[in-house]
Design a protein around this ligand. Structure first.
Ligand code: FMN
Length: 208
């Protein structure tokens, strides 16, 4: 007989009061099983008029304060976040038949945090952050390649490429985190953690 947790869910949901702990356990399993990019997530934002947009980004850090990704602040998502910091993340780990949805509010990370991550990136990626005006219309591929070369000349010391002001990270401070497991005949298992005003997480089962 399959083991269940105290709510009658598959044992992979464990019995934790803290959703970050459960996220960490599931993420560790995804890192072992997913062929590539277990840290890839769909990021949903919306303009101030409520027009939604979604795209993939990579999770580059998480702890009890939230979930961090990095990007160009002047990109479409960057501009949307300036107008409306509410956002949502969705991980889908096909190898585990699991999904996690996280909703909350985004805050830009500190310069120190952004510098630390930026400086850990490969030289070409750091140059790319300078050369790409992410999400703006490009006249030609060649013009981008030329700009890349120009920045390589400007910052030819690989140890000293400053982080552009237009490039940083965002931390999603969650107000809810939902864990989903594929079930037979689409009778999936869903566990939602919601953050109350008292800063305490409560758990609810959701209908599939
Ligand atoms: C697997 C994957 C990971 C990606 N990771 C990032 C990322 O961490 N940061 C980023 O800015 N774009 C990333 N991208 C590109 C974005 O999906 C998107 O094309 C880009 O950020 C522009 O989005 P925007 O126009 O909505 O701002 C990734 C794309 C894929 C497919």
């Amino acid at each position: 007989m399959n083991q269940k947790n105290s709510l009658g869910l598959n044992k992979c949901f464990l019995d934790l009061e803290d959703p970050f702990e459960l996220f960490e356990k599931w993420f560790l399993e995804a890192k072992k099983k997913e062929i590539n990019d277990p840290n890839a997530l769909a990021l949903g934002t919306a303009s101030k008029d409520g027009i939604p947009a979604v795209r993939m980004v990579l999770l580059k850090g998480f702890d009890k304060n939230g979930f961090i990704f990095y990007t160009n602040l002047n990109s479409q998502k960057g501009n949307e976040i300036k107008e409306n910091p509410k956002a949502t993340m969705c991980f889908h780990w096909k190898s585990l038949l699991r999904q996690i949805r996280i909703s909350g509010s985004l805050k830009q990370v500190s310069n120190e945090t952004a510098d630390k991550y930026y400086n850990s990136r490969a030289y070409d990626s750091r140059i790319g952050a300078w050369a790409s005006r992410q999400s703006s219309v490009l006249n030609s591929r060649d013009s981008l390649l030329k700009t890349l070369d120009e920045f390589k000349k400007k910052y030819n010391n690989k140890e000293k490429v400053p982080r552009p002001d237009h490039w940083s990270g965002f931390n999603l401070e969650p107000s809810s985190i939902e864990f989903w497991l594929d079930g037979e005949n689409r009778i999936h298992e869903r566990l939602k953690y919601s953050l109350g005003k008292n800063n305490i997480w409560t758990r609810s089962l959701l209908s599939p």
